[in-house]
Ligand binder design. Structure first.
Ligand code: IDP
Length: 153
């Protein structure tokens, strides 16, 4: 069992729809530990850095417009296999196709405005967390619940 950190973004549509607390609660309830958290405005430059793999794609102008359209909440979350845990909680990209029980499946019907971002692998997490957080903005602390939440099978 690997203890991992991952980047989560609560995207502008979720902030505008006042779903931020609901979405954050899901990750907390699951047992993930918040080690970084902030409300921020994504700039065009930040968008291009984050979504470097998509910059040349036809949908990128719309993605840039969307992700810069209002504030996001950036979260660095830690837990056992946190990267895949978050990805499975998010659901697939298109909300119309996402399974009920996932965030996108429960709250959205859009492929673009899909509420949440989560790093899609260890390399992405290692690249993305420093894009959104300076080292001093990540807080190391012990949680007394970890023994109950993170017990290995
Ligand atoms: P993911 O967020 O499920 O990992 P990616 O393929 O990495 O999906 O795409 C990044 C983001 O770009 C998506 O979350 C969505 O907001 C947007 N996006 C992806 N594909 C399309 C598309 O075909 N049209 C419009 N927006 C898209």
């Amino acid at each position: 069992m690997a203890l991992e950190r991952t980047l989560i973004l609560i995207k502008p549509d979720a902030v505008q729809r006042r779903l931020a607390g609901t979405i954050l609660s899901r990750f907390e309830n699951k047992g993930l530990k918040i080690v970084g958290l902030k409300l921020m405005q994504v700039t065009k430059e930040l968008s291009a850095e984050h979504y470097a793999e998509h910059v040349e794609k036809p949908f990128y102008p719309l993605l840039e417009e969307f992700i810069t359209s209002g504030p996001v909440i950036a979260i660095a979350a830690e837990g056992p296999e946190a990267i895949s845990v978050v990805r499975s909680m998010m659901g697939s990209t298109n909300g119309r196709e996402s399974a009920p029980g996932t965030i996108r499946g429960d709250f959205g019907v859009s492929r673009q405005m899909n509420l949440v971002h989560g790093s899609d692998g260890p390399e992405a997490a290692a690249r993305e967390i420093p894009i959104y957080f300076k080292p001093e903005e990540l807080v190391d602390y012990e949680s007394s619940l970890s023994a109950w939440v993170c017990a290995d099978d």
